[in-house]
Design a protein around this ligand. Sequence first.
Ligand code: PLP
Length: 462
Amino acid sequence: MSTSQLLSRTSELATNYLDGIAKRRVGSLADYETLVDKMGGPLPAVPNDPLKVIERLAADADPGLVATAGPRHFGFVIGGALPAALAADWLTGVWDQNAFSFVLSPAAIVVEEISRRWLIELFGLSSETSMGIVTGATMANFTCLAAARHALLLRLGWNVEEQGLFGAPAIPVITNDESHITVFASLQMLGLGRSRVTRVAADEQGRMRPDALAAILRDVSTPAIVCAQAGNVNTGAFDPLDAIAPLVHDAGGWLHVDGAFGAWAAAVPSLRHLTRGLHLADSLGVDGHKWLNVPYDCGFAFVRDSSAHRAAMTLEAPYYVPSPSEVRANHNWVPESSRRGRGFPVYAALQSLGRQGLIDLVERCVMLAQRMAKRLATNARVRILNDVVLNQILVRFEPIGGGDADAYTADVIRRVQEDGTCWLGGTTWHGMHVMRISVSNWSTTEADIDASADAILRCAAR
Ligand SMILES: Cc1ncc(COP(=O)(O)O)c(C=O)c1O
């Protein structure tokens, strides 16, 4: 069988999956042992026919797939894959470009540069802002915070890339008390520590309190890295960046914003007020695989001071062929050297949506989240805990006549997962067990929301 026949058959298998995705059970059907039994066995001693390998993979993996790309997966914060982005991702695999540098792939360099220009325009960032395409918001936060570490230590006369952190002046790090766990993971990887961080109190929606930040900044004598967020992972709430940024900058600090999904509100006129002050951030981490709906994996690290970004990330070796001076070298802006051409699906997503399509996508998800909250709230057992300003909903189930609401909520979540109409998860928020709902998929419709709300209420009624 030729490669072209193999790819045609693969396309058929992929189309079958996509055609059925809106109807299939959202959660996985298989447990770990079953999958290991089915897919395991000894390492093949001899080659296998590629067609058989692919047909078997498609059949055996199927029960272990979660329909995260479909319209009714509301767990975590999970986007789907826009058709053009998905198709571009296929081409990316076929082209097999190393997006490292111009000599390896001029096209991979150009799509990242064009995407940078379009994205900073959408987010309202300054035109000199540099951008690296990484695997997701975790590595975006890491990259941005590496640039922050470089810039603040350089001002203190310390070159952290050359000298390391042993003996370096201590730089204070301040976060929102509810910063995403990956911000702490990034700090951990950068040698800045998780526990030495000062956490700023948040309000009832999880927004950093500027008065509490101001009090902390009064007590620090060295410029600090301050990590704020645009889009709390539970409530979707935004830190008041317009109040925070001047406080940070007056104290000589660096403002990093984790905007994994919330930053997209800056591109939407009706939601832009939520991100007021975003343009003042020194760095911004955003996900592509969440709300932009490009396939996994994709995230963006934006840094206003491109020299700090480059100094923190760049690597050079005598055998690297230098790019022409005016040309971007992707490897200067990310932790990796060789990597996938992640810019192609980003470029295709932005081309296919256009500005208006992106606005519609984000606004539609917010509208659908509000519809879900409204439908659930009609039930006397349901309490919506957050202001649904974005795409996130926190739901608590309270037994009528009193009882253990934590246990009841956990039970409803378990039943919804077993039911399979939709998938969502739970968390502990402000001492309460709650259901989390996130609406981030381009293909979700009102009918999906209504069917899912009905299923959730059915599970709560049992
Ligand atoms: C606010 C926030 N920051 C960071 C992340 C981490 O993103 P990723 O898993 O794409 O690296 C998430 C993921 O949900 C998030 O919501």
